[in-house]
Design a protein around this ligand. Sequence first.
Ligand code: NAG
Ligand code: NAG
Ligand code: NAG
Ligand code: NAG
Length: 275
Amino acid sequence: MASSSPFILLLLPFILLLSPIAAHNVTRILADLPDFSAFNQFLSQSLVAAEINRRQTITVLVVDNAAAAPLSSLDAETLKSVLSIHVILDYFDTYKIHNLRRRTTLFTTLYQTTGVAENNMGFLNFTHLADDRLAFGSGVKGSPLTATYVKAVTAKPYNISVLQISGAIVPPGITDAPLAPFGAPITVVPEPLAPAPAPADDDAPDADAPAADSPAPTADSPAPAPDSPAPASGPAPDSDASAPGEADEDNSSAGRIAGDITAGLLATVAAVLML
Ligand SMILES: *[C@@H]1O[C@H](CO)[C@@H](O)[C@H](O)[C@H]1NC(C)=O
Ligand SMILES: *[C@@H]1O[C@H](CO)[C@@H](O)[C@H](O)[C@H]1NC(C)=O
Ligand SMILES: *[C@@H]1O[C@H](CO)[C@@H](O)[C@H](O)[C@H]1NC(C)=O
Ligand SMILES: *[C@@H]1O[C@H](CO)[C@@H](O)[C@H](O)[C@H]1NC(C)=O
């Protein structure tokens, strides 16, 4: 064996760790869906697509071509910021998003990682309304909820979920330039925090909800007190079904990376012992 080989062997786990493993390609996922071609184009040209592909546990909120059209009025930098706000740093598929314990919470978005987000701009306000609509708005205090959940587009548990929402979310103050209108605030039924009585869910046919969602409201019986800390559940992959608070970082993938590093170290130790 050449003298350099053991050294390369030692480095191998780290080389593997550092090379980006493209687990998904959001451009390709959306390429099959002409309804989202404009949004897909924006993701590519802003390079936010590459950012999405680099991350392993992620949710992308997309809008159809009609709702994406006003985004073309934004300058390149603002467009990139706005798109980053549509990327949630956790995995929420249709089941998880319908069954969050908290009726309202802030989702951490990719924009928050840029370090330039101020005034809660890097967060999305998610609110499960009393009429069962799932509403989204900027996390900026006092800003209205402006979009609602439409449907699940793609889900690759627990790596990437793509959800369609009704309109793009553009936080007030993200640019000094006057903004084209991005849709009126949605009408919010009073008392969005009141837990919907379970029987009401059975009576009202929910067009959006796939069959898998139906048993959920009964299973999720405890009253979703907004301020109660998420109970620590087991280490099952969907244990983070409870809503993350604003302080809840992308813990699952951090844990996974830590695990990878441990595995890499073990492999290195094994390689050393075998020499
Ligand atoms: C992602 O998919 C698009 C469209 O198929 C392709 O052009 C691009 O090269 C892919 N990116 C990566 C990193 O594989
Ligand atoms: C989200 O927005 C609604 C409506 O503006 C508000 O009542 C709620 O407190 C907000 N949620 C959070 C977590 O800030
Ligand atoms: C999710 O990502 C992990 C790590 O990159 C990968 O091993 C796994 O195959 C991916 N799952 C899917 C469904 O793509
Ligand atoms: C993240 O995970 C670690 C270990 O699994 C745990 O100790 C910690 O409390 C978690 N943090 C959050 C914010 O959930």
